[in-house]
Write a protein that binds this ligand. Structure first.
Ligand code: IPE
Ligand code: IPE
Ligand code: MG
Length: 253
């Protein structure tokens, strides 16, 4: 991840936005959608869209570092995506393995810490091995945390949390009266991360698609028509401009 942008908060690619005036979320979550449509528009195979999408990931991590975002959770592969044609699933898994292998030196150079959430045990062995390696190699990095949601489903996560609590109850470690929001959050894959402040979904679809159902409870939502491979620094800055205008009341007056 070579920095092509200056680390100057007032210098934006978009002349209409003064970066210094932006509110910066601590945690941004993104539903990276539209790779297939991006490829189709160009008469290319869907995998070309996924490849271009991987470039956007690199750019957006870079931008988050420049802007001072601490956590970036990226929806890369959902529980439901296992139901796509086998050819596409394999292509996505191969791309993921390649991304992890190729980007590890850059993640180290840029101080990025990699994490992953989801039913990771379902990933093919060759992907899981690269993932484990990248997570352990970057574990002590102190820059942006890039949290990949892989084989991830929000309902599956809640079910896993409930299972964990029942096991603890069976072991006599918790009782029903102990269970509150805090204890429940502590069973989630994101236990040690703050909830996202901002959810961005690209390509215009207005739905959650089983993403972070628990954690997005009070997130601001920005939907953009841009397709994920077209979503770069300026688009992120625009989304932050929108976020900055929001009045986060959390139910209060
Ligand atoms: C998002 O792009 C990437 C994944 C879901 C893995 P899509 O593959 O969903 O692209 P569209 O929605 O078909 O355009
Ligand atoms: C959501 O996109 C999952 C990811 C971006 C990984 P999908 O394209 O799979 O979602 P739907 O099918 O539009 O709900
Ligand atoms: Mg899609």
């Amino acid at each position: 991840m070579k920095f092509t942008l200056k680390k100057n908060k007032t210098e934006s690619g978009n002349p209409d936005v003064d970066l210094a005036s932006l509110k910066i979320p601590e945690h941004i979550a993104i539903i990276m959608d539209g790779n297939g449509r991006w490829a189709k528009k160009r008469g290319l195979p869907r995998v070309a869209g996924h490849r271009a999408g991987a470039d956007s990931v690199r750019k957006i991590v870079e931008s988050c570092d420049i802007l001072g975002v601490s956590y970036l959770t990226l929806y890369a592969f959902s529980s439901e995506n296992w139901n796509r044609p086998q050819k596409e699933v394999s292509a996505l898994m191969d791309l993921l393995e390649k991304f992890l292998k190729d980007k590890l030196p850059e993640m180290m150079e840029d101080n990025v810490r990699l994490r992953a959430i989801g039913r990771l045990e379902m990933l093919p062995e060759h992907v899981k091995a690269e993932l484990d390696k990248a997570i352990s190699t970057t574990a002590a990095n102190t820059g942006v945390t890039m949290n990949l949601a892989l084989s991830y489903g929000g309902r599956e996560e809640i079910v896993d949390a409930a299972k964990q609590l029942v096991r603890k109850a069976e072991a006599g470690e918790v009782t029903a009266d102990d269970v509150d929001n805090e204890l429940f959050s502590a069973q989630m894959y994101t236990a040690d991360m703050p909830d996202p402040d901002l959810l961005i979904r690209t390509s215009g679809e207005v739905r959650l698609s089983n993403f972070l159902l628990w954690q997005l409870s009070y997130a601001e939502i920005v939907i953009t028509d841009q397709l994920w491979p077209d979503f770069r620094h300026d688009a992120l800055v625009d989304a932050l401009g929108e976020y900055t205008k929001r009045d986060r009341r959390f139910g209060k007056l």
